[in-house]
Design a protein around this ligand. Structure first.
Ligand SMILES: [Zn+2]
Length: 483
């Protein structure tokens, strides 16, 4: 059995493995950090959402230093392998060190190093009375993994610190200093239906085999969006021959690029053969176009028996709806001019649901710039309203505009160079982070995000690299000392 390196965050991390804390069920984790504060005689408050703030006064002579907030999230993603029995609300995570002695993993479940290692590091700092530091606070948020709702509920004026160190990054040697804001869009179209025209043949269309991915961090990879590709197919088919929509659904969540979709259509008898040929032809065309990026595109068309439930959308609404969805922007809209290679603005059409009376599409819009996000939202609304639909926006949260020259960034970068002799990468990402939301409520707060290397977070393969935890800890101590 390999041993853990003798560095500080490990004892707290191992204790946290015994504390069940799936998102929305963080009660035991909240209790864990509250008890910690009591034992160490530290001030502690909990807000209505369940976010916890622990404060520790500055050491003697350090009172005038800018206050530091250490921040981590209490929840973890509950994922397990199908052959494992595990109740994420009751059972302890079973961590083990891999045979090569380099990584820690859990037995068949997520490990919760995202963000348990951040919590453990913050507690280790608070527990250590030998450190010299300015005023310290530790903010532990809830429900990060399911929509950043803990951070969204945070009250302005609750924290005093001037520099926030977010301990939730997953790559050693990397500092994150910016993220995108988000906005949810629900587009709803009323469906006017009529009976399937006499003699029409029914077909089930299916598009699958796409890679999908994260709607933010993978949006620039040129992958196909199943809904958009099917929309393109249906729009072209409707322009070429008499095809009538019955149903069409696809995608699972608005923050993932959809990988598959199914539609049910009726076609005039003379067009039935044409539809089959057209499907094969489009399958070839899409495969050609996406060669090297999407190599398993599978568009099929299968004859089906009519059922009593089948009815078609009326001609006018079908034309307007397909056009609106086809015209709606999708994917990357603009790259950042501040940070090379970073996506600035994008949108992902993630879900489509067809009911008897309505068709609804869900999209997630992102941008590092609020004005660019508003521009995109307007364009989406314009396309939807042209098609007779209704656009409802919700869940807006601000982005975190990268500021590479704050004191916090300079300090962390020089500390990393001093300690490890290499230059860290300073970057911004095209996804939502708690920092974006917190910064929106605490203007002027300097923020930076870093952490040890974690591979495959949110899956049972989640693994944390032991040597990078050691570096993470040294860096954190250095940062606290030198502010
Ligand atoms: Zn996390």
């Amino acid at each position: 059995m390999h041993k853990l390196p003798a560095t500080e965050p490990w004892p707290y991390f191992l204790s946290l493995c015994n504390v069940p804390r799936p998102s929305h069920k963080e009660q035991q984790a909240i209790q864990f950090v509250k008890t910690f504060a009591e034992v160490h005689h530290l001030a502690c408050k909990v807000d209505d959402a369940g976010n916890v703030l622990i404060s520790k006064p500055a050491s003697a002579g350090m009172e005038d230093r800018p206050g530091i907030i250490l921040q981590a999230h209490l929840d973890m993603v509950p994922q397990k392998n199908p052959d494992i029995r595990h109740d994420f609300e009751k059972d302890a995570i079973k961590p083990r060190i891999t045979d090569d002695g380099l990584w820690m993993k859990a037995e068949g479940t997520t490990l919760g190093a995202d963000d348990g290692i951040g919590i453990a590091a913050a507690l280790s700092v608070l527990a250590d009375d030998t450190l010299t530091h300015g005023p310290l606070e530790a903010l532990f948020t809830v429900e990060e993994e399911t929509g950043l709702t803990g951070a969204l509920a945070l009250q302005p004026g609750w924290m005093q610190g001037k520099i926030l160190l977010n301990l939730d990054n997953e790559e050693d040697g990397e500092f994150c200093i910016g993220c995108a804001g988000g906005l949810d869009l629900a587009a709803t179209f009323r469906l006017r239906r009529e009976p399937v025209p006499e003699g029409y043949a029914l077909f089930d269309l299916s598009l699958s085999g796409l890679k999908g991915g994260h709607s933010g961090s993978d949006i620039h990879l040129g992958r196909a969006n199943a809904l958009k590709m099917m929309c393109r197919f249906l729009w072209m088919a409707a322009a070429a021959f008499d095809i009538r929509m019955i149903g069409w659904s696809g995608g699972e969540v608005h923050n993932a690029i959809p990988r598959h979709t199914q539609a049910r259509v009726a076609v005039a008898p003379e067009a039935a053969k044409e539809l089959k040929e057209f499907t094969a032809q489009c399958n070839r065309m899409f495969s050609q176009e996406y060669r090297g990026t999407e190599d398993n595109i599978t568009l099929t068309c299968r004859a089906s028996k009519p059922t009593a439930a089948d009815s078609v959308w009326n001609q006018t609404s079908q034309k307007k709806i397909l056009s609106a969805l086809y015209a709606m922007p999708d994917g990357v809209l603009r790259m950042s001019s501040d940070v090379p290679g970073l996506v600035e603005t994008s949108t992902n059409w993630g879900v489509l649901l067809c009911g008897e009376k309505t068709l609804s599409a869900q999209c997630l819009l992102r941008s590092a710039k609020e004005s660019a996000k508003a521009h995109l939202a307007n364009m989406m609304r314009a396309a939807i309203e042209l098609g007779g639909g209704r656009a409802v926006f919700s869940g807006a949260y601000p982005g975190w505009a990268p500021q590479p020259d704050t004191e916090a960034v300079r300090l962390l970068v020089s500390a990393y160079e001093r300690l490890f002799g290499t230059k860290p990468v300073v970057k911004a990402i095209h996804a939502g982070l708690e920092c974006g939301i917190i910064g929106g409520k605490y203007p002027g707060l300097q923020m930076i995000s870093f952490g040890p290397t974690i591979r495959h977070p949110h899956s049972p393969d989640e693994a944390i690299e032991l040597s990078t935890v050691d570096k993470f800890w040294q860096l954190l101590l250095e940062a606290i000392k030198s502010v």
